[in-house]
Design a protein around this ligand. Structure first.
Ligand SMILES: N[C@H](CCC[C@H](N)C(=O)O)C(=O)O
Length: 257
């Protein structure tokens, strides 16, 4: 089978995109999904995203981690908006469907601003916070983040504290008022990724709840680039949450599989 694909990256979180509006992709073939994401035997990517028609919105985004497990993906959502514009499905704003429901987004040039679902529960423990921003996130402040062994410590927590269902693990260091550095171990990639959209969203909300910032616009630096998360707090609910940053097409091509 010959498959046309498009490679996108959102602050270094990279994805294989397929225009699946004709519904021809074999979704139950998890071996194919993992092979397409393999960085040696396939195209390579942190995940694979199928863009599909949707009766109730502009399009549906079907996201698969590199191990073919599924979740919401913030950076993938931002790249899906850029891909939908490239395909001529949308102009500069959209509402699309994902595994956690409808998302509004705008695009200006390479910058996509994606509305995330409300968050009304942040569990605070002595050493970390836990919340779900479309995927589950552990948020932990550390010192000397640049030297921290994210892969080793992330895997320990992902499999130890969170068992088989797991969680994404975010390690954080404050760099200023309303500014943080973040490195993330991603469930389903089972390694550190260069950024994680639902992860930096979780970090911004957790840091605000902890009182580490009073700003409702948080700048987060990741190894893959900078993202801005803005939000409102209404009672105990974080709402109007937007994840803003670049999303770019890297290349396109055909793959034999
Ligand atoms: N690995 C995550 C999903 C992708 C999250 C990340 N790529 C993002 O940008 O949100 C999980 O299985 O929960």
């Amino acid at each position: 089978m010959i498959l046309q694909f498009f490679k996108y990256q959102g602050t270094g979180n990279d994805f294989v995109f397929i225009d699946n509006r004709q519904q021809t992709f074999p979704k139950d073939n998890t071996e194919l999904i993992t092979k397409l994401c393999d960085r040696r035997f396939g195209i390579g990517g942190d995940g694979l995203i199928l863009l599909e028609n949707d009766s109730a919105s502009d399009f549906n985004m079907d996201y698969y981690n590199a191990d073919a497990s599924q979740s919401m993906c913030g950076n993938g959502g931002r790249c899906a908006v850029a891909f939908a514009k490239y395909l001529g499905i949308i102009e500069n704003e959209t509402t699309f469907n994902a595994i956690d429901g409808l998302h509004f987004a705008t695009i200006e040039g390479d910058i996509v601003n994606l509305k995330m679902n409300d968050v009304d529960e942040i569990r605070e423990k002595p050493l970390y916070s836990f919340l779900d921003t479309g995927s589950p996130h552990h948020v932990q402040l550390v010192e000397h983040l640049e030297k921290f062994n994210v892969q080793k410590e992330g895997a320990k927590l992902r499999y130890g504290l969170y068992g088989e269902s797991g969680s994404n693990i975010n390690f954080v260091e404050q760099s200023g008022n309303g500014a943080f550095n973040v490195r993330t171990y991603e469930r389903g990639v089972e390694d550190e990724t260069l950024s994680c959209g639902t992860g930096v969203t979780a970090v911004a909300l957790a840091m605000h709840k902890l009182g580490k910032t009073t700003s409702n616009s948080v700048r987060i630096n990741t190894p893959g680039g900078n993202l801005t998360i803005s939000f409102k707090l209404k009672g105990d609910t974080y709402t109007n949450i937007f994840l803003k940053g670049p999303a770019k097409q890297v290349y396109k091509g055909e793959v034999v599989c």
